[in-house]
Design a protein around this ligand. Structure first.
Ligand SMILES: NC(=O)c1ccc[n+]([C@@H]2O[C@H](COP(=O)([O-])OP(=O)(O)OC[C@H]3O[C@@H](n4cnc5c(N)ncnc54)[C@H](OP(=O)(O)O)[C@@H]3O)[C@@H](O)[C@H]2O)c1
Length: 218
């Protein structure tokens, strides 16, 4: 499957890029700059080879990646992610679009979930991308640890969507990554709960001086 990371040059993009490639997917790194995306893709391919996998990560503009991918994961900070989705709306029509996006701010050292008017980032994407199949996933993954190839983890991923088939496809993608386990978390309506867990994880890690935290349902 060809999976695009729209804004895949950043923190969460890094772990997703090489781990999705190691799982056998073709990965497209999107960026506002084609040159930046190509340089990142080269870096990720070298890492994949070092880890015993085969090259297969390509860098390009977000426009091109969204046009040719089967599934697009929007890995852009929330303040810019919705505008990017608007701009790519036609390219994303009919496609599975995955949101790991967490709308949040930090106030007096405390991370707070900023609930969009629609109810969640996932629901906001569904309103903007009304011709796409929106799925919420990967929201509670700690990006730095995920990007560390030496990190051994066992994290759960809550997956929400109103499109059952799209949700199943994304759950299969999640389960293809070693160390991740997908759970069906219901409709997009539930994404507000899933998204709001991330600031809680960050606050707990900071207060208790632990490293970044993921989640596990036991
Ligand atoms: N970091 C985490 O631990 C974590 C965990 C779970 C979920 N998430 C979510 O994943 C998303 C990405 O987080 P991140 O930490 O990976 O973000 P990031 O590293 O800060 O940024 C990712 C990419 O977004 C693009 N970008 C920045 N400003 C933009 C703009 N104005 N317009 C379009 N693209 C822009 C940049 O790509 P180019 O410059 O190449 O275009 C950048 O490399 C966020 O929504 C976040 O809530 C993050």
């Amino acid at each position: 499957m060809r999976i695009a990371l729209i804004g895949g040059t950043g923190n969460i993009g890094e772990g997703l890029a090489f781990r999705l490639r190691l799982a056998g997917h073709d990965v497209l790194i999107g960026s506002r700059s084609g040159e930046k995306a190509k340089a990142k893709a080269e870096h990720f391919n070298a890492l994949v080879e070092r880890l015993g996998g085969k090259r297969g990560i390509e860098g390009m503009t977000n426009e091109k990646a969204s046009l040719i991918a089967d599934v697009c994961i929007i890995t852009i900070p929330w303040k810019h992610a919705f505008e990017t989705a608007e701009n790519l709306k036609e390219n994303l029509a009919g496609k599975i679009v995955v949101s790991p996006v967490i709308p949040m701010v930090v106030e007096n050292g405390i991370f707070k979930y900023i609930q969009p008017e629609e109810g969640s980032a996932g629901l906001k994407f569904a309103r903007i991308l009304d011709k796409s199949r929106v799925v919420v996933a990967f929201n509670n993954i700690p990006a730095k640890r995920f990007a560390n190839p030496d990190e051994v983890f066992s994290w759960d991923v809550a997956v929400c969507s109103d499109d059952e088939q799209a949700k199943r496809t994304v759950m299969d993608i999640v389960n293809s990554i070693e160390g991740l386990r997908a759970y069906d978390a219901g409709s997009l309506e539930n994404s507000r709960i899933v998204e709001s867990i991330t600031p809680l994880l960050i606050n707990i890690a900071r207060k208790n001086k632990t490293r970044e935290l993921g989640i596990r349902f036991v």
